[in-house]
Write a protein that binds this ligand. Sequence first.
Ligand SMILES: [Zn+2]
Ligand SMILES: [Zn+2]
Length: 200
Amino acid sequence: MILSALPNCLCCESRINPHHSARKSSFYDVDYCSTYCRKFVEEGHKMVNGMDKTGHKNMKGLEWWPKLSFDCEVCGDAYEVNKTNSKLLFCSNYCSKALQKNANIRKASNLLATFKMMQHKRKYGNEKGWLSSNSIYEIMKNRGDVAYNSYPSIFKLWASKGLIEVRSINNRVNEYRIAERFITEPIGKFMIQCRPKRNC
Ligand SMILES: [Zn+2]
Ligand SMILES: [Zn+2]
């Protein structure tokens, strides 16, 4: 991709590369550089004036990005995020580690990233979020995460638990999307509750 052709974030105007982004939360978004920036615009937040923030008159001309509230993927609690660390999915290191430890799934954080990407596609993408396992594999490979070439078998499990929906095209190629309730519900929490070999 030619550098000058890269889109600018609709919020902060920084360049975004949806295919090879260093910012993990932005790889699937061609409109915003981060989930922070998308939330800032969608929820109609305003910059914080320097005088309001510090109480000093001479700071009046300065503006700050406000802290925004996100819901933790693991415990579901709200936590505040600065613009600079907007790639975070978890309220704390504790919750970040809890996913790996308690979900008992190999590379659970990579799988969560895959599900988050599918969540984003369901919310904002075309085709109501349906993706073939090949395109999921390609997106995750471009992102630089471990890409599972065994998505069909992994997804079969999560479809049986209700996290994923499956449909077959022409009786052979399967397509997948995140189930509707997980457009808003924390996915990591569900992965822990309904981990493999557990009935739920
Ligand atoms: Zn931005
Ligand atoms: Zn948490």
